[in-house]
Design a protein around this ligand. Structure first.
Ligand code: DAH
Length: 347
């Protein structure tokens, strides 16, 4: 009798456990785990049913139907719940298919791109390297000597006013206002003849607007050898612009311009590469101002111990932002430093 009582207790406890396990299974996968644990070959219910062998003949008569029922009921219970769960899963899969929206946006992993500055600078460097030029560099914090004096702009020269210089607390030191400083460094440290191209950040204490930044970028070209004339300057500038704008017949025109470090000084304009009869980029004039240029002033050569009786050279400079703005139709120089992805990702 005691054996039977214990068995009945075991059966009811196991039933309870089985039900709890079924309730906490929420997928066919989880149900399969429950089946293995209770109804599998060495599952708890299967094992309990197996203990019938150990009972006396008399107990077997009573326990047999009880255990049979436990097994049958549990299996039926399980099958029913499994069926429901399979149905639910099939329905969910169907719903997913129905609501699959091919136009829905998915997270896009934003890939970095080269900054527009790097792209333009690399392109310019490629062109000058292909013409046999060397790439040069120079510091952004400069001595007055490199920014002004050695470039034929002595202390009392009115051209200093045009440069809106950021002076540093250290006397005679400043943030360079143009990349022409690199000409002086190159003439001091390299041997002649010289053919070099440089780019770099420059600083001027200017009010900001759509075309003025206090921190901007310039490019500079310098060529020094024997018998260099305006013809060399114009041919180089023209070839450079034709290559950059991929237009073999692009024309340039020349106007007089004043820069203390060149004599004569010139402004070089290029024919508008974007239109035939005038557009917003060329302000309907068909010409775009681009380069400050000239033949290197004899005083500049002398400052760097180059004899102007034997050597001559040309130089020209340009604003990188202005060039990029013209090429890509950018209307505000302040975009370059704003770090806005929707601007940067366009290039
Ligand atoms: N440094 C000048 C500026 O900042 C640009 C320039 C003009 C550069 C004439 C040159 C040059 O090399 O020959 O406005």
């Amino acid at each position: 009798m005691l054996v039977m009582k214990k068995l009945e207790e075991k059966i009811s406890k196991l039933k309870q456990e089985f039900e709890t396990a079924l309730e906490s299974a929420h997928s066919t996968e989880q149900l399969e785990q429950v089946r293995i644990a209770f109804l599998g070959r060495s599952g708890q219910i299967t094992e309990l049913v197996g203990t019938i062998k150990e009972l006396s003949a008399e107990d077997k008569r009573i326990a047999g139907p009880l255990l049979n029922e436990l097994k049958k009921e549990s299996q039926e219970n399980f099958d029913q719940i499994l069926q429901l769960c399979e149905l639910r899963e099939a329905q969910a899969a169907e719903n997913k298919k129905q609501w699959f929206d091919v136009t829905m946006s998915k997270p896009i992993h934003v890939r970095g791109t080269k900054h527009i500055y790097s792209q333009v600078i690399e392109q310019l460097e490629d062109i000058f390297i292909s013409m046999g030029y060397d790439i040069a560099d120079g510091p952004e914090v400069e001595k007055d000597y490199y920014n002004f004096k050695a470039l034929n702009i002595p202390d009392d020269h009115p051209a200093r006013d045009m440069h809106d210089t950021f002076w540093l607390d250290i006397p005679g030191m400043l943030l360079r206002t143009h990349t022409s400083t690199i000409q002086v460094h190159a003439m001091e440290s390299r041997t002649l003849p010289l053919a070099l191209f440089a780019t770099g950040r420059c600083y001027r204490n200017e009010a900001l607007d759509a075309s003025h930044e206090f921190n901007f970028t310039q490019a500079e070209c310098l060529f020094i050898d024997k018998d260099i004339s305006i013809a060399n300057l114009l041919a180089t500038a023209k070839t450079f612009l034709q290559t950059l704008f991929e237009k073999k017949d692009l024309n340039i025109r020349v106007r007089p311009g004043y820069f203390p470090f060149v004599e004569p000084g010139l402004e070089i304009d290029m024919e508008c590469p974007f239109c035939l009869h005038g557009c917003s980029t060329c302000k309907k004039t068909r010409w775009i101002e681009l380069l400050g240029a000239g033949l290197v002033h004899p005083n500049v050569l002398r400052s760097s111990k180059i004899d102007p009786d034997y050597y001559s050279g040309f130089a020209f400079g340009m604003g990188i932002e202005r060039l990029a703005m013209i090429r890509h139709g950018i209307t505000d120089i302040r975009h370059f430093h704003a770090s806005k992805l929707n601007f940067l990702n366009q290039f």
